[in-house]
Write a protein that binds this ligand. Sequence first.
Ligand code: SIN
Length: 475
Amino acid sequence: MDNLLFSDSFINGEFYATDSRFSVTDPATEKCIIAVSDIDEQGVNNAIDAAHGAFVKLKATNATTRSDTLMRWYELVMQHKQTLAALMTQEQGKPLHEALGEIDYGAGFIKWFAEEAKRSYGDVIPATDDTHRLTSFKQPIGVVAGITPWNFPVAMVTRKVAPAYAAGCSFILKPSEHTPLCAIALAYLADQAGFVKGAFNVLVSQRAKQVGKMLTDSAQVRKFTFTGSTGVGKQLLAQCAGTIKRTSMELGGNAPFIIFDNANLDDAVAGLMAAKFRNSGQACVAANRIFIQRNVLDTVLNKLAAKVAALKVDNGFAANVDIGPLIYPQAKQKIQQLLQDALDKGATLIGDNSDLGGSFQNPLIVNNVTPAMDIYHQEVFGPVLSVIPFDDEREVLALANDVPYGLAAYFYSQNIQQVYRISEGLEFGMVGVNEGVISNPVAPFGGVKQSGLGREGGHQGLNEYLEEKYLCIKV
Ligand code: SIN
């Protein structure tokens, strides 16, 4: 197996080491994988300067050249798929087959934006008199900085860096301190693919606040993009206000998953299993509140309980594993607190909640959840299904929308009028209709309300890194 295990930040095409180190830990074994160096202030400033220098060069390149470079990056990521996936399972914990799927998904963004690089069209605007010609065209915003989370250590990086490079922007990435290894490997491969030096810098640090502050305060950084919690997103937005940066925010969700009584119940249960248990439930788009129409509740619960009981919890490298460890022990503690609160307030538990040790959590179903319980309002971010029985369509639509978030929603129905009513009525950026897996590099991913700003993926994803310039020419 080739070696893509690196321990230092990557700035201007070179590794940058410091004396201060911290451990990146395997969540399954709780053992240190490698001690990585924590970036210092000088390193952050170097990265900003390098990205600025790279932007000057990049904006002079043509779209075809950038597209070809991205395509080489895509090919290298795919060539190293096994190694990258193993690195991901080690630092993040997800089952190896899911990590392999994430490499395909993440590389898909690189390929998509390699293609979209060539399609950044402008407009010809019909003139309002005989002496002017009006047009508009797009130019790269400039230096971009971003912070990415630990739950998808490859895909959350590529879906920001690939469109930035396609547009002609340089990038400074601060990946989660829990999963920096995939990010460094991606930057190394981008360099091998021929990225302009300094166009993709990775800052490894466990001091996210300080590094984030330096990046948001810098006037050289013209755009900030973040995937993570709504609380941190609000703080970063406030910090970006000082220099009026463009921002993209992919924040928290509290996805409803509605099963109507006319649904194909086997399909609905299969869709729910996919929407809930991908990455052990650690996704912002994970189904969080499961609304089941009361007259099919028992049937659905019986089907679900059988499937949930069959899930295998183990180290992500074990054969046939479905659920890996959670990212760290505190994640399990939070789930246990949510469960206790729900049970104290009258919910009922289906499944075995015995302690598996470490960060391993058995998948569970909690029935009769109500809005009085914390588990209803917070993202569980783990393998626990909260079930809320409902009686009619109007009631469930109001409940589904009654949260400050609006990222993903799902529902199963075979009634075409209902499909339109609910699709239009749900206040969410993405809706899965008779489908539990909606993420796709070719489609716009993003939320409304407090779930964020902007879209990633799709042709929309490129525009997030472009400014439109209007030309008024007197003839
Ligand atoms: C997330 O929900 O955390 C991102 C997952 C995705 O891109 O599907």
